[in-house]
Design a binder for this molecule. Structure first.
Ligand code: SAH
Length: 339
């Protein structure tokens, strides 16, 4: 059975119309589930019982099981069980500007980036849009506060689960739904070109981040297999995206000792991105037990930063979160035995 949390407003309106009911019932249901946060359809008081009974027949209103929450000062990591007992993780971060929640989009991931723990397990399945929505709802309920920012940077490649991702954005962005402004949502992709093109046509101002991690094709292909299908020609698509949407793109670049952190890589990267409306986010690599890569030295990261900065590009070094509880980028897993 479908989950009610996966229904966009339009789909729910169509559903009520198909029952011969007025479509504003969809708004009423949204208010019950997203504002009043009911746990059972029986709590709905302004819709007649026959319609509620039909809803119960057609949709579940179940939550995910929260199996584990690990709390640290600025970070909390949540482990959720899905209805088929697959698992995903979400990470909450506290910043001075608010809270951000990093959510997963798939169980496992097929992109196979060599440095990433999350991708060691192949994709088991896509997450339903409801399973993405529920990660937000349940963390909000756990902390008794609204989450101000959402990043789709957990396990999975969101553009390999594009339709569910788009429904998720519609639900979260709807003023009667979770009502999170699209500028407060960031999606990260390893660069699936056709989906970036489609994404450019969406009427949402969702931020786009690209996991770049290398300054030339040979290097990128050696650490990110996806580069064979979608090489750095990708930049043309991103330029089209920027022209079309007028939005700034973020490029993520993890710093791997001796692999992509040579000073000539910084020069090459600056040349690749110069003149683009973008930010470069240098990410100190989070080492994991199972993968041999090492984090670049601090002094190397600073030199790399200076080269890019001096060439007039916007560059930052990512603040680190969550490595103590294995909640940092690239450390999330979905493999049951590991958890
Ligand atoms: N598949 C999407 C969404 C995942 S985002 C994407 O590739 O963008 C997760 C980010 O963390 C990606 O930029 C990824 O490359 C990065 N990452 C993976 N392993 C990491 C690690 N060990 N340390 C730091 N960042 C890592």
């Amino acid at each position: 059975m479908k989950s009610i949390y996966g229904m966009t407003m339009e789909k729910l309106e169509e559903y009520f119309l198909s029952l011969g009911e007025k479509k504003f019932k969809a708004t009423q249901i949204y208010e019950w589930i997203y504002q009043k946060r009911i746990k059972s359809f029986d709590e709905v008081t302004n819709i007649k019982k026959t319609v509620i009974d039909k809803l119960k027949e057609d949709f579940t209103i179940d939550r995910l099981d929260t199996l584990k929450v690990e709390r640290d000062v600025e970070v909390c990591k949540y482990l959720f069980a899905l209805n088929d007992n697959e698992r995903v993780e979400s990470v909450l971060m506290r910043h001075d500007y608010g809270t951000s929640l990093c959510i997963s989009s798939q169980v496992g991931c097929n992109m196979g980036c060599r440095f990433c723990e999350s991708g060691r397990l192949k994709k088991v399945r896509n997450l339903e849009s409801s399973e993405m929505v529920l990660q937000i709802l349940q963390v909000e309920e756990d902390i008794h506060e609204r989450i101000s920012h959402v990043v789709i940077m957990g396990i999975g490649e969101p553009f390999d689960n594009y339709d569910n991702f788009v429904d998720f954005i519609k639900i979260v962005n709807n003023p009667k739904g979770i009502a999170l402004g699209s500028r407060h949502i960031t999606v990260s992709t390893c660069g699936i070109i056709p989906k970036i093109r489609e994404f450019a046509t969406l009427p949402f101002q969702v931020n786009l981040a690209i996991s770049l991690h290398a300054s030339n094709d040979t290097l990128r292909s050696s650490i990110m297999p996806i580069n064979k299908a979608y090489p750095l020609k990708l930049m043309e698509t991103i330029k089209e995206y920027i022209n079309k949407t007028n939005r700034r793109v973020t490029f993520e670049y993890i710093m791997l000792d001796g692999i992509n952190d040579k000073l000539e890589n910084a020069v090459e990267l600056s040349n690749l991105l110069s003149g683009m409306n973008c930010y470069i986010n240098l990410i100190p690599y989070n080492e994991t037990n199972n993968i041999g890569y090492k984090r670049s030295k601090k002094s190397t990261i600073l030199k790399f930063y200076d080269i890019i900065k001096n060439r007039g590009l916007n560059v930052t070094i990512r603040k680190e979160f969550g490595s103590k509880i294995s909640a940092a980028c690239g450390q999330l897993r979905s493999k049951k035995e590991d958890l």
